[in-house]
Ligand binder design. Structure first.
Ligand SMILES: [Zn+2]
Length: 370
């Protein structure tokens, strides 16, 4: 399994387009990395790719990610579909940009499908897509050999949905993605309202956890709401505090734990930020970022052995920020013949696809992953 973090910022991006807070100003000045809105892509065979949510920045994110560049023919894509965790505008806003792509399959829960009905009708006029219930039949298998189960985590209704809408429906889910070949598991939960027993069990069985890092402390949602984010600011479990997600993650050492969907007020953007006293000491990744629409630099923020946060700059102009989830050599499922976008023989899934220089000649009949 390979996972590419296409964007790691919460709605509005970082810097938030409408905000001049200290962190946003620092990002605008280039002192902190800029990030596009939260979105990821996964593949089990290096050929068939699936989006985890569709951010409003999806066009830019696809453009700067060589593994997701189109194939050799016009209107050719390795994208097979989208797995939606919820119906929030910053997670479904990119669907319109994908209009016209043939044969996409979109997974979501019934209330998400229902609220998207007008959008679905419009998109299907460009090219009919398949809209599937992510909760049906206990799970589903993606092309490329990934087994997925959806797990309801919260009933947070999107702010644009009328308040009378049923609030006890499964509006927010996490996805558990398992590689059939290696058994390695990714847990994708970019929106978490509370640390539930279900989430505890999901973390226990995962090798890599991508978790909601929108707010650092409990006061952040109210502050963000006062600043204009409204209802969208609520429904996120803070990182810090005795009941925060950091305390929950600390109970699951040995896993790769990565925060995504970071809000613009989250001090984790700052490399020198240290968690408050009392936070669980651990060696975990606070976040790792993908390409941004403002800069092609790839950066991440990591807490080092000394307990401090370190900003890591890597890749130069390389936009590929693949996160290798499994260390074992990759084996294609089904078709033994690598497709035009598949990894060449000898390459393993744990080896990130080298970036393709913009000026590199494209060989006819070969996909961009070469
Ligand atoms: Zn801001």
């Amino acid at each position: 399994m390979r996972v590419v973090l296409l964007g790691t910022a919460a709605g509005g991006g970082f810097p938030r387009w409408s905000c001049a807070c200290a962190l946003c100003a620092a990002a605008r000045d280039g002192k902190l990395p800029s990030r596009t809105q939260e979105c990821a892509a996964i593949t089990g065979n290096g050929r068939d790719w699936w989006l985890l949510n569709a951010s409003p920045d999806i066009r830019t994110q696809l453009t700067v990610t060589p593994a997701l560049w189109p194939g050799a023919r016009p209107r050719d894509t390795w994208l097979r579909g989208v797995l939606l965790t919820d119906a929030e505008a910053d997670h479904v806003g990119g669907l319109a940009a994908l209009r016209g792509a043939t044969g996409l399959k979109v997974y979501a829960t019934p209330p998400v499908h229902a609220v998207l009905a007008p959008v679905r009708a419009g998109l299907d006029r460009y090219a009919p897509w398949e809209w599937a219930d992510s909760l049906a039949d206990g799970g589903f298998v993606l092309a490329g050999g990934l087994v997925v189960t959806a797990h309801p985590l919260a009933a947070k209704v999107p702010a644009y949905v009328p308040a009378r809408t049923a609030a006890d429906a499964p509006w927010v889910t996490a996805y558990r993605v398992e590689d059939l070949v290696t058994g390695r598991v990714l847990l994708y939960a970019p929106r978490v309202g509370a640390w539930s027993p279900a989430l505890e069990n999901l973390c226990a069985s995962a090798d890599c956890v991508l978790l909601d890092g929108t707010h650092f402390d409990a006061s952040a949602p109210e502050a963000a709401a006062r600043a204009g984010a409204g209802r969208a600011a609520t429904g996120h479990l803070p990182v810090s505090g005795p009941d925060g997600s950091l305390a929950g993650l600390a109970r699951h050492p040995g896993r790769r734990r990565i925060y995504t969907n970071l809000g613009d007020t989250n001090p984790c953007w700052t490399p020198t930020h240290r968690p408050a006293r009392g936070s669980p000491p651990s060696r975990w990744k606070s976040c790792r970022t993908g390409p941004s629409s403002w800069s092609r630099r790839t950066r991440s923020v990591e807490r080092g052995e000394d307990g401090a946060w370190h900003a890591l700059r890597g890749g130069g102009d390389a936009p590929d920020t693949a996160v290798p989830v499994r260390p074992a050599p990759r084996t294609n499922l089904g078709d033994p013949t690598p497709g035009p976008g598949a990894n060449p023989p000898g390459r393993t899934a744990s080896a990130p696809v080298p970036p393709v220089a913009a000026a590199a000649p494209r060989r006819a009949g070969r996909g961009p992953c070469r």
